[in-house]
Design a protein. Structure first.
Lengths: 103, 574
């Protein structure tokens, strides 16, 4: 690909908007992940008794276990949401921008 | 695969009663080597035979340096996702985490979550940029617009340090396993792993390594699923009933249901969290896998599948750890080492016999559980899988280390890119042999370490040296060669130095008295990673050299390529 193609892509306002949109989506998703994980870790550091609280009277399972498994499932779901949007919506937009620059 | 699993399942019903016979041999206490287990050895031999066949096929496809490093970029996203999972689900995580759950319950869950949360970070920030900018190594990406010699020298150093720590964990795992699984000496395991791994990498390159990792991932997921199902089945698939029984029999009782000693101070907690979360995005053997797929779309798919399999696997290890609590503690004669005093087993105050730790050590909980739920045949299967795990991870690590030496140091730094594919390939292969020998030596030197902690060290270096440089070079316009190299070097030195001064190494590994460690926290990451980012920023903004101006001017092109994939190496779509 030539230098000129890169310049044409950059000159396209759609490219700037596209990069901005996708990057802010990435950042929002990253922040959600960071909140979920560090929230859990800080809870462990500052309030161990809360995580050891039983789910109900007569139960052994503590609240920390479904929460921990929840963080694992949240991680997987968040990843798929990003990949799905990037592989459909974002890729289509990127294709369009490339087409406009190379035609 | 389905046939062999069916056979194993039907065999299990017959063998269930015989379970435990293997581990009940005469045991001297200090040594943990068990009677030779031919079932396990045979299954492992079948695995090695099968993978050698694949290696032979892969060798016929491995002609250029590109084939050797990245399998020619022809792996699909789903396949690569399994291979990444196979690369990442190391013996250290399988045995280490289930061992931690066995010892402390809930703490094991905390640990496993940390090992998963780096994947979204890679997905959101790195995966497609890596694919769009890189060719063979992560240094290709980090040095895209920078001076090649300093940046690649740094990246290769970062790669080799991480690979060395990670290798130690794998080789020690191999040695520990072979004693308890196959009944062979530690040293044989270490040498066997070295030799078989070298054959995969030397002849089959990335193609063979990928397929070994895929097969191993599938076998490990099937084996672990089976164990978790067998455990849960005894409790009518009620986790509550499983936990209730575990609390009843575990010496710590209800304490295993809440956070224990793993996280005590918030600084250690955040620091360990940072090492795991951002370290994953700095592991060279993982980053390298993103160059094996044809385009960014497949790169994203790889990481989504990898996250799915790894997350599922960690849920399984948690169940397996609790299963081990329930099943092993109740049968100490089969799985524990008797505590001997003057040649007879000691008796406690309650008149009951006293037992030392698990046979083969705390990391063997999952392996003993395999025997408990599936008998000798399934133990053989899990043993073969655990060993295959080590082979697959070690092969990936070696390939990554070899590419850093041959592609970054030899071809780019020393020969300034004036080298043909055949020569570069030859250097890779020579390096593979040297790294294989080093791996064997490291395995011998570090025999007595806790393997899970050794992997943590690798993560700390990866998040403090490799990740900041990669992140800033790709995403920050004003980053310069000087900034990246200075910051990365500070991160590397600080992470290694502070880690050596931390209790896990200074006191536990080096044997200094308790309380003498100069660095009190569990991980250096919070300091070393922050310092790396700060120095990259500071040195970059102070850098007004002509080179720096040129590098900033190149950012636009780099951004265009990283965001759209235009001009990406081997991209098929555009």
């Amino acid at each position: 690909m030539s230098q000129a193609t890169y310049e044409r892509i950059r000159a396209n306002p759609k490219f700037q908007a596209f990069v901005k949109k996708r990057n802010s989506f990435s950042i929002v998703m990253s922040i959600l992940m960071i909140i979920a994980y560090y929230g859990y870790i800080l809870l462990i550091a500052f309030d161990k008794p809360f995580l050891a609280t039983k789910l109900g009277p007569g139960l052994v399972t503590s609240i920390g276990i479904p929460m921990g498994v929840g963080v694992i499932l949240f991680t997987i779901i968040l990843t798929w949401i990003y990949v799905r949007r990037a592989n459909t919506e974002f890729d289509v937009e990127a294709e369009e921008i490339i087409k406009e620059a190379t035609k | 695969m389905s046939v062999s699993i069916k056979q194993i399942l039907s065999g299990l019903a017959l063998l269930a009663l015989a379970g435990g016979a293997l581990a009940a041999g005469a045991d001297l206490g200090q040594t943990t080597k068990q009677a030779t287990n031919w079932t396990a050895i045979t299954m492992f031999a079948i695995f090695v035979g099968g993978t050698m066949f694949i290696t032979k096929w892969a060798a016929s496809k491995t002609k250029s340096a590109a084939d050797f490093y990245t399998a020619g970029g022809g792996i699909t996203g789903f396949q690569n996702g399994l291979a990444i999972a196979g690369d990442y689900m190391s013996a250290a995580s399988f045995l280490g985490i289930s061992g931690l759950v066995f010892a402390s319950g809930f703490d094991g869950l905390i640990f496993s979550i940390g090992w998963l949360v780096g994947w979204p970070v890679i997905t959101f920030l790195m995966a497609e940029r890596l694919r769009n900018l890189g060719k063979f190594t992560f240094a290709d990406v980090a040095s895209y617009r920078f001076a090649q010699t300093p940046l690649r020298s740094f990246a290769a150093t970062g790669t080799l340090v991480v690979v060395a720590f990670y290798l130690i964990a794998q080789m020690v795992g191999a040695g520990q396993l072979i004693k308890v699984l196959f009944g062979l000496e530690y040293i044989y395991a270490v040498m066997m792993v070295g030799v078989i791994m070298m054959m995969y990498v030397l002849f089959g390159g990335m193609t063979a390594t990928t397929w070994v990792q895929i097969i191993k991932a599938v076998m490990l997921l099937i084996g672990a699923s089976f164990m978790a199902i067998m455990v849960l089945m005894q409790f009518n698939f009620s986790p509550e009933m499983l936990f209730a029984k575990a609390v009843e029999v575990h010496s710590k009782h209800d304490a295993i249901m809440g956070p224990g000693a793993l996280i005590n101070d918030p600084i250690s907690a955040i620091s360990v969290g940072m090492a795991l979360m951002f370290g994953t995005a700095g592991l060279p053997h993982i980053l390298m896998r993103f160059f094996t797929v044809p385009n960014a779309k497949e790169a994203r798919k790889s990481v989504a599948w990898a996250t799915t399999w790894i997350g599922y696997f960690y849920i399984l290890t948690f169940i397996i750890g609790f299963g081990a609590v329930v099943m092993l503690i109740q049968d100490p004669a089969a799985y524990y080492v008797p505590k001997m005093v003057d040649g007879v087993q000691a008796l406690g105050a309650d008149g009951l016999p006293v037992w030392d730790g698990l046979k083969g050590g705390g990391n063997m909980a999952a392996v003993h559980l395999a025997n408990a739920v599936g008998g000798n045949m399934f133990l053989g299967f899990i043993s073969a899988v655990a060993f295959a795990t080590i082979l697959a991870v070690v092969a990936g690590l070696t390939l990554s280390g070899a590419s850093a030496v041959s592609h970054d140091l030899y071809a780019s730094v020393w020969r300034h890119g004036n080298v043909d594919s055949a020569t570069e390939l030859r250097v890779s292969k020579i390096t593979t042999v040297i790294l294989g020998i080093i791996a064997v030596l490291l395995g011998i030197i570090f025999e007595k370490q806790n393997v899970a902690f050794m992997v943590m060290l690798a993560f700390t270096v990866a998040c403090s040296a490799n990740f900041p440089v990669l992140f800033m070079s790709v995403l920050w316009k004003n980053c310069t060669t000087r900034g990246a190299v200075a910051g990365g070097t500070v991160g590397l030195i600080m992470s290694v130095a502070l880690t050596i001064m931390s209790p896990a190494v200074w006191e536990v590994a080096l044997g200094h008295p308790k309380g003498t460690a100069m660095f009190p926290y569990a991980s250096a990451a919070i300091f070393s990673m922050t310092a790396a980012f700060f120095v990259i920023w500071l040195v970059s903004i102070l850098d007004n050299s002509a080179q720096a101006q040129k590098e900033r001017a190149l950012f636009g092109d780099q951004l265009t390529r990283s965001e759209t994939g235009v001009g990406a190496s081997g991209a098929s779509g555009h």
